[in-house]
Design a protein around this ligand. Structure first.
Ligand SMILES: C[S@@+](CC[C@H](N)C(=O)[O-])C[C@H]1O[C@@H](n2cnc3c(N)ncnc32)[C@H](O)[C@@H]1O
Length: 427
């Protein structure tokens, strides 16, 4: 593809992504599936530009206000090209497969764009977060506010979890290496291999054979801290498509019973193929209506480990889906907070005496994390919070980086996505 044709592809894709119907990566994959003429370099160039635009949405919005350009796909791509010193007069040339010639407004914007200094933009623009989250983010991130938000807007590495159930698990890194996938081990999860480069895993044998699966290091740690090893009855209450269920099943060595529940049967049943590939056989998939589903009654006071990987704002995963930050609203966040409270409150009775409830989110907001635990403990004197260093020492061999009660993984400090975890024991 000629450079101008790549720009035209970016415009078409951004236009589709702005509709907000499907996730960006799905839209990009589908787009290139039917455009076989695009080579891997073309795809990479377009992909990089799209993600650059998604990571700089607030900045491009601010520039569009200053230049009186509407935030259409054409204008966003145009401004991205200008910011990256591309020759827009050459690229926007109106030829076949290329973008239309520069409009009068775009041409007039060029000298204005050259003068604008993004460093003078408000924090929410510079650091790419919704303005309404300003107080919550400052309260939650404290002195790390700037560093953490910058890290949340950077490209994420690919984290893989070694499947300890597989007989070749010790060879995982070598097997990946043989397919030219360089990985490093990480500091906290003994099962994590990290690749700095994006890799399409579909054709990778170690992935197809279930020796590794995709899982961020922070998410791996939550499964390990759950301490499911040796337990008879473990429940993954918000199992989704099974990221943590797979890891819990491996920890249990396929012994005992692992119930994976979710209100979305569609998401839950997506797990089947992953379970098969990983050779996890002790899982029962069960969709529930909600946290008060009568089916749950049979498990009252019986569960050894109850993992609540609660629905949340996903702030900690912003670097993986940069566009998600603009989909959250104050109303949605209030609603999520209510749901988190209800799930904690209604599922807690399932835990047996001496059993543990593990509450986790991929959020960094205090109101979804520490505040939820504080509220729950105030209302439920039959639970106590275990210091995370104690739980870590029981379940992991790596040094615990946390001194307080909670695990709080952050991209700026631990190079993982943002994850929170608290472990409570039933008294
Ligand atoms: C953070 S996601 C789970 C991710 C998953 N555990 C993983 O590791 O891949 C939260 C899940 O909670 C589910 N959920 C929301 N409300 C729920 C409820 N009341 N009871 C059970 N699951 C619920 C959502 O459908 C969603 O799949």
């Amino acid at each position: 593809m000629k450079p101008a044709a790549r720009i035209q592809s970016s415009i078409e894709l951004v236009d589709e992504i702005l509709k907000g119907i499907k996730p960006a990566d799905t839209i990009i994959t589908d787009y290139f599936k039917i455009r076989r003429y695009a080579g891997s370099k073309d795809r990479r160039a377009v992909n990089d530009q799209i993600y650059n635009i998604l990571r700089n949405r607030a900045k491009l919005g601010w520039l569009s206000q200053k230049t009186d350009l509407d935030t259409t796909a054409e204008n966003l791509v145009f401004m991205d090209c200008v910011l990256n010193d591309m020759d827009v007069n050459d690229l926007f040339n109106g030829e076949q497969y290329a973008p239309a010639k520069l409009t009068k407004e775009q041409a007039e914007a060029l000298p204005v764009l050259a003068q604008l200094d993004l460093a003078t933009a408000p924090d929410s623009v510079r650091l790419e977060y919704p303005d309404w989250m300003d107080d919550d983010l400052r309260i939650s991130l404290g002195d790390d506010f700037e560093n953490c938000l910058q890290a949340l807007n950077a490209e994420a590495p690919l984290d893989l979890r070694i499947n300890s159930l597989h007989p070749d698990c010790d060879k995982a890194q070598d097997l990946l290496n043989k397919q030219n996938i360089d990985t490093t081990t990480t500091e906290f999860s003994p099962l994590c291999l990290r690749s700095a480069k994006k890799v399409k895993l579909g054709g990778v044998q170690a992935y197809k054979d279930g020796i590794v699966d995709i899982q961020d290091e922070g998410s791996q740690l939550i499964a390990l801290l759950s301490g499911a090893k040796g337990c008879d009855l473990v429940m993954d209450f918000c199992a989704g498509a099974g990221g943590k269920t797979l890891a819990l099943g491996a920890e249990m060595g396929n012994k005992g019973h692992l119930y994976a529940l979710d209100i979305s049967s569609k998401r839950l049943y997506k797990m089947r193929r992953r379970l098969e590939r990983a050779g996890v056989t002790n899982v029962v998939l069960h969709p529930i209506q909600n946290e008060t589903d009568p089916w749950l009654k049979q498990f009252e006071n019986r569960v050894d480990r109850l993992l609540i990987d609660a629905p949340c704002s996903g702030v900690g995963a912003w670097r993986r889906s940069p566009e998600s930050r603009w989909k959250m609203t104050p109303e949605l966040l209030d609603d999520l907070e209510g749901r988190q409270q209800r799930i904690l409150q209604n599922a807690a009775h399932l835990v047996k005496l001496g059993g543990r409830m593990i509450y986790a989110t991929c959020s960094l907001l205090k109101r979804e994390n520490e505040d939820q635990i504080e509220r729950f403990l105030n209302e439920n004197k039959n639970f106590k919070l275990l210091p995370i260093s104690q739980v870590w020492a029981e379940t992991l061999t790596t040094p615990c980086p946390f001194e307080g009660d909670f695990m709080s993984m952050r991209p700026d400090q631990h190079q993982s996505d943002g994850f929170f975890c608290a472990v409570l024991e039933r008294l």
